[in-house]
Design a binder for this molecule. Structure first.
Ligand code: NAP
Ligand code: GDD
Length: 321
């Protein structure tokens, strides 16, 4: 089995590469050209994978990589994934997260229609939610250029499945986190902030809307669902979530209390981190994934928060020694 992962240098790409290597896949990662290489998340496995340059903006580069490596499975994880950036760079976000998906699907259609395809869709598509909890049949109402672009990526995946018979799958994943999460996302910003305050490196943490609620799971659990989708006889669309929702404030409170601190002494709100349109509440229903894929999350919310705080404490303690 040969897998091509776009976005291999990201949080999910690194966990997925580990999982596929464990299953004895040959793993190729698509990376974009940069003047400085930052392959931090895959450094520990770089001898076991091949990294090849191509870009979601460049159709020919995608065709070439698929033609050369002839993957049996393609996981399209690459994206501009930070919601606030999508208001500042809406056109680029659309190019990566919407049209980029079409470029991937076109390349597969051209080279080999038997290649199985995974699209990284998002619970952000539900936006101003129409029902609680959200499932595969819940209609979309995205609230950011990112969410809008992901809706396009979702439907073009469904469209190529229905029009050309591709084994094209859309995983509608709710927020998933880990010690490898980018520092700008709220969970990692909090756990990094908690560790800095505990170690005396900082004395406050500025955040935006503390009332927003998310269904947070562990990234290592969620990449297993991606792989399971591509092992089914029939392609499909699946919500992947824990089914539980917590507010940003609850995450903050638990993270600070894990190191015996009272968050009220350190957290300040800053309007710079408030969004022009908010997604107030996400809570997913993953019963279809449980029924068809046998997928269930293994790491609880409490375990996730502690894992992330502990990892940031360890990283920052060793860097200050
Ligand atoms: P991430 O850590 O931000 O990683 C994004 C990856 O995309 C990076 O490897 C990045 O490469 C790559 N990339 C960006 N633009 C590219 C381009 N033009 N050409 C090639 N590669 C490009 O994101 P993540 O959290 O792992 O998420 C993976 C995917 O799942 C994304 O599509 C995201 O939108 C989606 N998703 C994430 C979540 C979540 O909670 N994490 C939930 C639902 C859906 P560089 O290293 O070069 O920047
Ligand atoms: N980033 C950030 N920074 N978010 C904050 C802050 C802050 O200082 N303060 C409050 N928040 C709130 C945001 O307003 C949002 O409601 C919530 O925390 C989560 O924000 P993020 O962690 O940035 O994630 P997201 O939910 O916008 O998007 C993530 O999840 C999506 C799936 O639902 C990303 O990973 C997307 O790529 C993914 O599709």
């Amino acid at each position: 089995m040969r897998a091509l992962i776009t976005g291999i240098t990201g949080q999910d790409g690194s966990y997925l590469a580990e999982l596929l290597l464990d299953q004895r896949y040959e793993v190729t990662g698509m990376v974009r050209r940069s003047s400085t290489e930052s392959f931090e998340r895959v450094n520990h496995i770089k001898d076991k994978i091949s990294l090849v340059q191509a870009d979601l903006l460049d159709q020919l580069s995608i065709i070439n990589i698929i033609e050369e490596f002839r993957p049996t499975e393609v996981y399209n994880l690459a994206a501009q994934s930070f919601v606030p950036t999508s208001w500042n760079q809406p056109v680029l976000t659309g190019q990566f997260d919407a049209i980029g998906v079409t470029r991937m699907l076109e390349a597969i259609k051209l080279v080999d229609k038997k290649i199985r395809f995974y699209q990284a869709s998002s619970s952000e598509m539900f936006g101003k939610v129409k029902e609680v909890p959200q499932k595969e049949t819940t209609s979309f109402h995205p609230r950011s250029p990112y969410g809008v672009a992901k809706v396009y990526g979702h439907w073009i995946t469904v469209n190529y499945r229905e029009s050309y018979g591709l084994h094209a799958n859309s995983g509608i994943l709710f927020n998933h986190e880990s010690p490898r999460r980018g520092l700008e996302f709220v969970t990692r910003k909090i756990t990094d902030g908690v560790a800095r305050i505990k170690l005396g490196l900082s004395d406050k943490l500025a955040l935006g809307n503390l009332d927003a609620k998310r269904d947070w799971g562990f990234a290592g659990d969620y990449v297993r669902a991606m792989w399971l989708m591509l092992q089914q006889d029939e392609p499909g669309d699946y919500v992947i979530a824990t089914g539980q929702t917590h507010s940003v404030e609850q995450f903050v409170s638990l993270a600070f209390s894990h190191v015996d601190l009272d968050y009220k002494k350190y957290v300040v709100t800053d309007p710079r981190f408030v969004r022009p349109a908010e997604v107030d509440l996400l809570q997913g229903d993953a019963s279809l994934a449980k029924k068809n894929l046998g997928w269930e999350p293994r790491v609880s919310f409490e375990e996730l928060v502690k894992m992330m705080v502990d990892a940031d404490m360890e990283r920052l303690s060793s860097s200050t020694k």
